[in-house]
Design a protein around this ligand. Structure first.
Ligand code: HGA
Length: 610
């Protein structure tokens, strides 16, 4: 979603802000802008619709000099993408604000402020915040106090950064429901909605807590918590290395991230396995006592993470014999639900800032769950900080909007969790040892699948002219089919649906003809014979089949049937391995169709608004 960058420095900040915006591009946005306080005390603003490079062209034509500034990439929620709606928004010509999130009560505030004579030039909710802070500034004469006072009047989710021409060298920032980090420099400090934006200037970060307000100058960072107490927040170092945000030899971040999977799967396993066991301390020092008491698991997540949760349900019920429910967060959070005693609440999110998942977690904390466990890729994120137990994935920064390595490492983390849980509920030691052995072999097998890239690219050519597609799977491979369909629709814009293969004859078979490619994931497991019958049903209607299978499944290439053989893998781990060719297939279809692979239209990376 949209991004914020800000800087207060001894040097000119324009380049820092622009670089920060470029680094936030992966999040998805529709317009960009920046405001800088110039040495003669005026706020200069530039805004443009479209890519950051368009803003950069504007700025190159008329550069803005100055030592403090704020910048923004917008993903419109209130008002269409346009120059007038792009941030920063201003009150008069002295105060500028950038905002991520939504101000829910903006309408009455807008009417009130307009009646008082404040001039509105945009359709956004954000402009209300600018005028509100300016009004409070006039009342209090104190910049920080003005922001704090304005916050008491707004409801919603936000990260805000504010600058004022009368307060040179000062930014005031706050967060409530949207992420914001402070980058700590030497004689200069920064703010951003994501650490990645600031990696060219610092590797030291302070994560603001919900409700914090901070004042940033070149030499000082002062933070007040929700109760207005001055607090110290820890400074942490970014550990992934800067190259993680570079495409390197790859044409797209998505392809790079697909190819990183052997390494990041290995990293996610590292330090968490003995020869034959999963170390449950990986979940936290007190995890054992808690897992012993778990009687139900409720998983809540969105998008790709939801698919990971769907896979985990098969694992948890099979290995731990514990009932497990999975639900998308945007549904879960808005309905009444019955919490069974001793239920573990499990959330999954790449960014740890997914608005709906976070809201569901906060709601769950009041609902009498046994504890909350998060599977997450971003240390210090809200989800991590607010959960009792955490299993971090080690995917490193994921830049492509379509999630790839985050998904497979989520599955690894979920398998580690499942085994740790199941051990307290009767998992035989031999089966645990088998799983551990297979997990160790998995990075090598994923590497083997990656070597099929060329053949998958050839296969992708069959899809370029198609408008629809159907993905089929059974058992724990059904969520893999769902994830495959999601990847294809996200980046190639081909309509893709996933069905459990057994449902075919209950409706979707009506869609099957020669124009409907049918993709299926069919490892040699106990459901294979059933699946083969479903595939016959497709062939009988002239549907073209694309089958990912293994050599023991006896599925052979023939007219209208394309077969790709993957390495043999333990049934339990098949969902992880069989995800990889579907990622590559979507990637190649999108490249052949010429879409924007890393930043598909209308989508954003970490979905920090509802
Ligand atoms: N509501 C503001 C900011 C939108 C946002 O945070 N998007 O991710 C607007 O529409 O400008």
């Amino acid at each position: 979603m949209c991004g914020i960058v800000g800087a207060v420095a001894q040097r000119d900040v324009q380049g820092i802000l622009l670089e920060g915006l470029h680094r936030l591009e992966y999040r998805g946005y529709d317009s960009a802008g920046m405001a800088i306080l110039t040495p003669n005390g005026t706020v200069q603003r530039q805004r443009e619709v479209g890519k950051v490079s368009a803003l950069a062209d504007l700025i190159e034509a008329s550069p803005i000099k100055g030592h403090s500034g704020i910048a923004h990439t917008r993903w419109a929620t209130h008002g269409r993408p346009s120059v007038l709606n792009a941030h920063p928004h201003m009150s008069g010509d002295r105060l500028a604000v950038v905002h991520n999130g939504i101000i829910e009560n903006f309408q009455p505030l807008r009417e009130e402020l307009a009646n008082e004579g404040y001039d509105f030039t945009s359709e956004t909710d954000t402009e209300v915040v600018a005028h509100l802070i300016e009004r409070c500034y006039r009342q209090t004469g104190d910049f920080v106090a003005a922001v704090k006072k304005a916050l008491t009047q707004i409801h919603g989710a936000y990260a805000l950064a504010v600058m004022h021409a009368d307060e040179p060298g000062r930014l005031v920032v706050t967060r409530e429901g949207s992420p914001l980090v402070i980058g700590v420099g030497i004689g200069e400090n920064f703010i951003a909605s994501d650490q990645l934006a600031l990696l060219s200037v610092t590797d030291r970060f302070i994560f603001l807590e919900e409700g914090d307000v901070a004042e940033i100058t070149q030499d000082e960072i002062r933070i007040w918590d929700r109760d207005d107490t001055l607090v110290e927040r820890p400074v942490s170092r970014y550990e992934h290395g800067v190259d993680a945000v570079d495409k390197g030899e790859y044409r797209h971040f998505m392809l790079k991230e697909i190819h990183e999977q052997p390494r990041v799967i290995k990293a996610t396993l590292e330090g968490r396995l003995t020869d034959s066991r999963v170390l449950e301390q990986a979940l936290g020092t007190d995890a054992g006592a808690l897992l012993e008491n778990v009687r139900h698991v409720q998983i809540v997540a969105c998008g790709t993470s939801y698919h990971a949760g769907m896979v985990a349900r098969y694992w948890i019920e099979e290995l731990a014999g514990i009932p497990c429910s999975v639900e998308v967060a945007s549904e879960y959070r808005y309905r009444k639900h019955v919490v069974q005693p001793d239920t573990l609440f499990l959330t999954i999110s790449q960014s740890g800032e997914t608005a709906d998942t976070l809201a569901a977690l906060r709601m769950a904390k009041k609902d009498g769950f046994l504890a909350a466990l998060a599977i997450c890729n971003v240390p210090g994120s809200s989800l991590v900080r607010e959960s009792d137990l955490v299993v971090m994935t080690q995917a490193g920064p994921e830049i492509g909007v379509a999630s790839t390595k985050a998904f497979t490492t989520q599955l690894i983390a979920l398998m580690l969790f499942t085994v740790a849980l199941a051990r307290h509920h009767g998992l035989p030691a031999e089966l645990e040892a088998d799983i551990v052995r297979e997990l160790r072999m998995l990075p090598g097998k994923v590497q083997d699948v990656l070597s099929l890239d060329g053949s998958i690219e050839t296969m992708a050519r069959h899809f370029v002219e198609k408008s629809h597609s159907l993905f089929l799977g059974r058992g724990s491979l059904y969520p893999v089919a769902m994830e495959g369909a999601l990847k294809l629709k996200e980046i190639s814009y081909i309509h893709a649906e996933a069905y459990p293969a057994g449902e075919l004859k209950h409706g979707p078979l009506a869609l099957v003809d020669s124009e409907m490619p049918v993709i299926t994931v069919a490892p040699n497991n106990e459901l294979l014979d059933k699946l083969k019958s479903n595939l016959q049903e497709v062939r009988a209607r002239g549907g073209e089949l694309f089958v990912f299978t293994d050599q023991h499944a006896s599925l052979h290439e023939e007219e209208g049937v394309h077969v790709m053989s993957l390495p043999e893998v333990h049934n339990l781990l098949a969902p992880i391995l069989y995800t990889v060719p579907l990622q590559l297939l979507s990637y190649h279809v999108a490249v052949l169709k010429g879409t924007d692979v890393d930043q598909p239209r209308n989508l954003a990376k970490s979905v920090t608004v509802e």
